[in-house]
Design a protein around this ligand. Structure first.
Ligand code: FAD
Length: 393
């Protein structure tokens, strides 16, 4: 089977499907090629936090652009993304309060609804939280979480309605490159031809990029998550990144709370390694941690655990742009934070491909060649890496 398209997108995660939607919206006929099925990768296990608080302005801008989609999903894309507004709290340790204040000022300049609140304010919002250690925190009243699998499916359906084609169980195995230009690719289901190919292959993106002769320094990040059933007297609390205690947590449907750790990440596992079980002792560590912030969780019970894997770059920021042979683009390396950015990534990549430049948000800093130049992206008021492995605790 040989087929001709305007663009080939490798990977039907939330990034590939968003790019397909935005290219189809601009009148192109893209094909999305997926080795397994939609949301098979990181997308299918994402915790789905939707917040704008970053220490790098470009990421906050991408998150803010994306938020315009999440809060208006059925009109903007169609279908559902499962967005729930819970309010979002970002807690940093006291030695980061200067950065926290400066970042909230930066977010306000962008137009993001956010403010600095006190520990007493936190207690009013979520009475079950222990707040003695919190002098200040950043609060986003509009933020919350969404369902990444629903989001990817909605993007894909909307892309197909606009002329995109989807091929699942279709593994990309090779690239056709002539005179320095990508002309097509070889797959387990035949050859596909297009002048543009976008690598959105998540944790597998480095392997895929080698097919195009372009090396990316992509590691993997394997992330464990638990759900705890809250005792009935604990309220449905805020969505929280608690970097002071090295964790994040959010409410989930029913009386569940999702908990994951920042400093218990597993780096460097092969992309295809088994995703069967969370790490030994993770459940105990996560329960101990959530009880530090919500002591009444001692009376909760474990509901379930799961894990997922994303691509991790040396500066824990995405790789976005054109590199290697002409017509080859990358939208990958989301380093455990790509879901909430996915609508804007699709929009920006479509602008880059069709207009030569991303106009709504400047994504030039995410240049795939920055690592070759020895450059690493860093927040203007930097908190340091989000993800640390257990050895660095
Ligand atoms: C447990 C967990 C929790 C997370 N929580 C959050 C969060 O709260 N908020 C947030 O913003 N982000 C979060 N993230 C990160 C976010 O989910 C990811 O950054 C995002 O889903 C990445 O999407 P993607 O499309 O790039 O990759 P993926 O979803 O991994 O999709 C890549 C796809 O490419 C396919 N593929 C690979 N190789 C080939 C090939 N050769 N041929 C064809 N197809 C191929 C794969 O099968 C896969 O379906 C989390 C991630 C994990 C794992």
């Amino acid at each position: 089977m040989a087929q001709n398209f305007d663009a080939i997108i490798i990977g039907a995660g939330v990034i590939g499907t968003s790019i397909a939607f935005h290219l189809a919206e601009r009148g192109l006929k893209p094909v999305v090629l997926e080795r397994k099925q939609v949301a098979f990768g990181a997308t299918g296990s994402s915790s789905g936090l939707v917040r704008m608080h970053y220490d790098l302005e470009a990421e906050s801008r991408l998150a803010w652009e994306s938020f315009q989609y999440f809060r208006n999903w059925s009109e903007r894309v169609g279908g559902e993304c499962g967005f729930r507004r819970t309010g979002f709290l970002h807690i940093e340790p006291a030695n980061h309060y200067t950065q926290l204040r400066a970042n909230v000022e930066m977010h306000k300049r962008i137009g993001i609804p956010t403010s600095i609140i006190t520990g007493d304010d936190v207690k009013k919002l979520s009475p079950s939280f222990k707040t003695d250690d919190i002098e200040i925190a950043a609060y986003e009243p509009e933020s919350g979480y969404a369902d990444a699998t629903l989001t990817a499916n909605s993007f894909l359906s909307a892309a197909k309605e606009r002329g995109a084609v989807y091929q699942q169980d279709c593994e990309v195995l090779g690239a056709e490159i002539t005179a320095g230009k990508v002309i097509g690719i070889k797959t387990s289901r035949g050859n596909f031809f297009a002048p543009i190919t976008i690598n959105a292959a998540g944790a597998w993106a480095s392997k895929v990029s080698e097919l195009f002769g372009f090396h990316i320094p992509l590691d993997t990040w394997t992330h464990d998550v638990i759900h705890i059933r809250r005792p009935s007297h604990i309220e449905e609390h805020l969505t929280v990144i608690d970097s002071s205690l090295g964790m994040y947590f959010r409410p989930d449907s029913g009386d569940l709370t999702l908990v994951a750790l920042e400093d218990d990440s597993r780096m460097g596992e092969p992309p295809e390694a088994d995703l069967g079980y969370v790490a030994k002792d993770f459940v105990e560590r996560a329960i101990d941690r959530i009880c530090l912030r919500i002591p009444a969780m001692e009376e909760g019970s474990l509901h379930s655990s799961h894990l997922g894997r994303d691509g991790l770059t040396p500066d824990q920021r995405a790789i976005l742009g054109q590199a290697g042979p002409q017509g080859y683009y990358l939208a990958t390396g989301f380093s455990g934070t790509g879901f909430k950015l996915s609508p804007a990534i699709g929009m920006c990549m479509s602008e880059l491909i069709l207009d030569g430049k991303s106009k709504r948000v400047d994504i030039s800093g995410f240049d795939p060649l920055r690592f070759e130049r020895g450059e690493h992206l860093k927040g203007e008021n930097d908190y340091g890496f989000i993800w640390r492995d257990s050895a660095s605790k």
